[in-house]
Design a protein around this ligand. Structure first.
Ligand SMILES: *Cc1c(COP(=O)(O)O)cnc(C)c1O
Length: 433
């Protein structure tokens, strides 16, 4: 059975279930599988497999025996209920659209999969699991929607009042059933402090079962490898493949690298970043110097200290090998805006700011190459989520997808809360068992 270790201590050997429910090891490392399964056999005839078939085959190697086949099928079929189109925007250049899930961003893959996995793992518990999430916007909405109506689990999501976008607030605060949104009179840091205090509070923890749904949970990473294989299955030529990944915390790139080590023939990765250039600098100098994040228009990538680099460096103990497989460049907001306009004019394709950073990276890589390659950019978010940035650029309105329209019509049902731990704790004890 596949075991998991901490990047800080390779002798920890725990099960997938334990790694998922714990989220993060106590030693501040991240969980990793003890080996990367070889999936070369999956490549034969992969073009006739569905996304769900591919997902099952890969997931089974990471979770083997901890869920039986029908449980795992159930997880995949209930988590991935949306399309994953590979769109050719010009010859040999593709966008893999990962934004057709409930919150219109690729984080839906990880959040939905993790939610369904946890549902299976807690199903025999006699107590509900109460997941606390502090969010500045996107992660919280993906988690809330991923866990919506999942049995045995409540999600309590704390967001800073008036500090998330209108769309994000709708995505967080209009859900009913097992999802509760707390609108906190404070900042994101205040929300995070309330959650941290709750995890440390003995009285609270003796009465209700608390857990987290951290973005670095191993069960959020594994499903992100599914779509690298799926994208490959859609290609019709045999050119070498390069994938450009718009990167912030580098989870998506980690999943791509895992896929390559599983045997997927990806020749090269481009880690495309905005002004937050910690990793481009690292690949240039060999020094990893995290710094405070700076704000950009591709704000889901505003990360100055990308946590998944621990995993990438765990896979590549050789810096030279890492540099051979991965290039990384940083792009400014101006370059990003110009790319959005140019791609709409030249290719009739509307990118969101994150995808535009990705295409900038791919193009920079291709310009340096003599031979033809197939380039894939991960389209991580739907442009409608960033209409405030894009509409002034293109002088036109962006059509809102129906599933987002439906949310915009719903009423907010958040519970307003002072930035007070006593109030928060009372609320939890009164409402959750
Ligand atoms: C989270 C996010 C990213 C960055 O992904 P990482 O896995 O953290 O590198 C890129 N684009 C969008 C739209 C995101 O929400």
């Amino acid at each position: 059975m596949m075991k998991y270790y901490s990047t800080r201590n390779k002798s920890t050997k725990i099960t997938f279930r334990e790694a998922t429910l714990k989220g993060m090891p106590d030693d501040n490392g991240l969980y990793m599988p003890e080996y990367i399964p070889n999936k070369i056999n999956l490549l034969k005839g992969i073009d006739s497999l569905s996304f769900q078939d591919i997902a099952f085959n890969i997931a089974n190697s990471f979770i083997n025996k901890e869920l039986n086949n029908s449980q795992l099928e159930d997880v995949i079929n209930s988590a991935i209920t949306f399309d994953v189109p590979l769109v050719e925007i010009k010859k040999n250049s593709y966008i893999l659209e990962l934004f057709h899930g409930p919150t219109l961003a690729f984080k839906d893959f990880g959040a939905c999969f993790m939610a369904r996995i946890m549902e299976k793992f807690v199903k025999d518990n006699d107590k509900h699991l109460n997941i606390l999430v502090a969010t500045s916007g996107d992660t919280g909405s993906a988690v809330a929607n991923g866990f919506y109506d999942v049995k045995g689990i409540n999600v309590i999501i704390l967001y800073p009042s008036k500090k998330v976008s209108a769309i994000q607030e709708k995505q967080i605060a209009t859900l009913d059933k097992n999802i509760t949104a707390l609108e906190v009179d404070g900042t994101f840091d205040d929300c995070q402090n309330l959650v941290k205090k709750a995890f440390l509070d003995q009285n609270l923890n003796s009465k209700i079962l608390l857990s987290s749904a951290n973005s670095i949970n191993i069960s959020r990473l594994i499903p992100q490898s599914f779509y690298y294989f799926y994208a490959y299955s859609q290609l019709t030529d045999d050119l070498p493949v390069a994938v450009s990944v718009p990167s912030g915390n580098f989870g998506n790139l980690t999943a791509g690298i895992l896929s390559k080590f599983m045997g997927l023939p990806i020749k090269h990765f481009i880690a495309s970043t905005n002004a937050n250039d910690t990793v481009p600098n690292f690949l240039l100098t060999g020094d990893f110097n995290p710094k405070p994040s700076v704000q950009t228009i591709s704000n889901a990538m505003d990360v100055g200290n990308p946590s998944n680099m621990k995993r990438i460096l765990d896979i590549y103990d050789n810096f030279q090998m890492l540099k051979e497989d991965v290039s990384s460049w940083s792009f400014s907001d101006n370059e990003t805006k110009n790319k959005i306009v140019e791609t709409l004019n030249d290719n009739k394709y509307l990118l969101d700011p994150h995808g535009a950073v990705g295409l900038l990276g791919l193009n920079k890589f291709i310009t340096n190459k003599k031979d033809d390659i197939t380039g894939i950019v991960l389209g991580t978010a739907h442009p409608a989520k960033f209409s405030d940035i894009i509409e002034p650029l293109i002088g036109d309105e962006i059509e809102i997808p129906n599933r987002l329209k439906r949310i915009l019509d719903k009423d907010k049902r958040a519970i307003y809360m002072k930035n007070s731990f006593d109030d928060f704790s009372d609320y939890l004890l009164t409402n959750f068992k």
